[in-house]
Structures are given as structure tokens and as C-alpha cells.
Design a protein around this ligand. Structure first.
Ligand SMILES: *Cc1c(COP(=O)(O)O)cnc(C)c1O
Length: 297
């Protein structure tokens, strides 16, 4: 059985003196608590896709990812829970003969069949988004498609119910990998609040285009209520410079919230940086905690 999601996810205030001194507020939307086996924003993005796959009578789910992909683990857990087969096409043919890392081991434990492909081939198959395999419902790398946008839009809908006077003072912030979560939040906001995405990889221009493509796919239109901050990727995807590690450790100790390092830490780092630069004065900033930290080694 696939356990049920626990929605709406909690919204908690962070009583931070720096925010208070700037007339601002910091809140956390605890999507890390959304689901017991399919973490964070991966649940939001998968939920409408799972419904579609089941409605279509798919026998399995197929997706793509790297050796530590949270999306791959999420698909494996969701498929396992629904009694569906799953296939993970994994970047890196050399991994086939090596002992599984914790992430791939977990996906296999949930019943996923892993197929390892050469990096050059991987780009073509994962980027094509066109692979058809009889009976399989195909999800793109990272899980962002039109339905994922609609799933993530629910985050903004919950916030509209949870925050009083939700309006032009509000900024809703999330980390951005493929852009589906940001696209959904922007699409789900009422008029007034702005969505702020923090790029966790070097993607100026490219990521803006991705979000726009996703808006067209999910909603049939574009939106003007969002922007991306590009100065906080810390050197690129998966890079955690010492300054960011110190910041994340401080935040965890100060406020008792586990901080996932590849994404959530960068979103929080960015809002403190923008606050210090005077850009969030008087704003109510809600950071969406989009996932959980990796298990300790
Ligand atoms: C995958 C992931 C993201 C990125 O979401 P996109 O929709 O791909 O932009 C953000 N935070 C966490 C914790 C993630 O695992």
C-alpha cells in the first residue's frame, strides 16, 4: 500500500532577529513532512502523474536520473506502494558492475529495475522525453512535466489558506533544479504574492526558459509573478562550499529543522543573503522545505 500524504503540510514561523530587524518575517512550509515514503516536492509532482498512470492502466513507471537521484527513489517508492513495476534508467554504464550506493540500493529494494546507460547515450534518451515502452508511464528526469506543475501548485493553494492577508507583502521561495516546483508555486498563487526560485545549479537563462515551457505545458499560459535568483548555487549542483555548510549547520542548530544540503540549504542561504542586501525589507518570506536530508553515511 502507498501511505497517504499528510496534507496540508505544516506552516511554522521562524523567530529570527535579523528578519525582525528588517521588518520582515520568515516562515517555513514543511513539505519535508508531506509523505512518509515519497519525500517533499517529489510527492507533490508525482501525485497527479500517479493518478494518470493508474487511470491509463499502466503496468509500471519508467524514469531517468543520476546515481543519487531523489526523483528516482521517489518513483521507486511510489510504484512499489501502488503495486506497479518500475524501471530506472541511470546515467553511467560503469555503475552496473559496482556495489550499489545507498540511493540505488533503496530504489532496488522498492522493486525498481535499474538499467545503466553510457553518459553520452543517457543525454539522448533522457533529454528526448519521448521513449515509449509498452505499458510504462514515462516520467522525465527530475519528474517535471505539466501534471507535476499542477501538483506543485497545491503548495500555493495551501499557503493561501494558511497565511492571513496573503498578498503583495508575501514572497514564496523554493530551490530550483528542473523548475517544476517553482512553476507550480507561481501558477498556484493568487494575485499579489511573488514566487522566488533559487537556482541550485548554473542555469541563467536556461532555467527561465524551462519554467516558461513548464507553464505552457501545465497551464497553457505564461506567468509574470516569479523570478530566479542565480547567485546562490555555491559553485554548481551538489556543491556545498564551507560557508554554506556552516550556514546550514547554524540554521539547524538555531531552529531545530533538518536542512537538506543540495537544495533547501541554498534556498535559505539566498533569503538571508537577499535580506542582508536589503531586498526583502518588510516582506513575509515563506521558504518551502522541499525535502529531507540524505541519511547519515
Ligand atoms: C528535486 C528537489 C528540488 C528541485 O525541484 P524541481 O522541481 O526539480 O525544481 C528541490 N528541493 C529538493 C529537496 C529536491 O529534492
Amino acid at each position: 500500500m502507498l501511505p497517504a500524504a499528510v496534507l496540508p503540510t505544516p506552516l511554522m514561523p521562524v523567530d529570527d532577529p535579523e528578519f525582525a530587524a528588517a521588518g520582515a518575517e520568515l516562515w517555513l512550509k514543511r513539505d519535508d513532512l508531506a509523505h512518509p515514503t515519497v519525500p517533499g516536492n517529489k510527492w507533490r509532482k508525482l501525485a497527479p502523474n500517479l493518478e494518470r498512470a493508474v487511470a491509463e492502466g499502466a503496468r509500471g513507471l519508467l524514469t531517468y536520473g543520476g546515481a543519487y537521484s531523489t526523483h528516482v527513489r521517489a518513483v521507486a517508492a511510489a510504484a512499489g506502494g501502488l503495486g506497479l513495476a518500475s524501471v530506472g534508467v541511470i546515467r553511467g554504464a560503469e555503475l552496473a558492475g559496482q556495489p550499489r550506493n545507498w540511493s540505488l540500493a533503496r530504489a532496488e529494494r522498492d522493486g525498481m529495475v535499474l538499467e545503466f546507460v553510457e553518459r553520452s547515450v543517457y543525454r539522448a534518451v533522457a533529454g528526448g522525453r519521448v521513449e515509449r515502452r509498452a505499458g510504462y508511464y514515462v516520467l522525465p528526469e527530475g519528474g517535471s512535466n505539466g501534471l507535476a506543475v499542477r501538483g506543485a501548485a497545491v503548495i500555493a493553494g495551501e499557503l493561501a489558506d494558511q497565511l492571513t492577508d496573503f498578498g503583495s507583502r508575501d514572497v514564496v521561495c523554493c530551490a530550483v533544479g528542473t523548475g517544476g516546483t517553482l512553476a507550480g508555486i507561481a501558477a498556484g498563487l493568487p494575485a499579489g504574492p511573488q514566487a522566488l526560485g533559487v537556482a541550485v545549479l548554473r542555469g541563467e537563462g536556461y532555467l527561465e526558459d524551462e519554467v516558461t515551457v513548464l507553464h505552457r505545458a501545465g497551464c497553457g499560459r505564461e506567468f509574470a509573478n516569479w523570478r530566479l535568483a542565480h547567485g546562490w548555487h555555491g559553485g554548481g549542483y551538489g556543491r556545498v562550499p564551507p560557508e554554506l555548510e556552516r550556514f546550514a549547520g547554524w540554521f539547524e542548530a538555531a531552529y531545530g529543522v533538518p536542512v537538506e544540503r543540495r537544495y533547501v540549504a541554498k534556498a535559505l542561504w539566498a533569503v538571508y543573503g537577499l535580506l542582508r542586501a536589503g531586498e526583502l525589507r518588510d516582506r513575509r518570506v515563506t521558504v518551502v522545505v522541499t525535502g529531507v536530508p540524505d541519511p547519515a553515511p
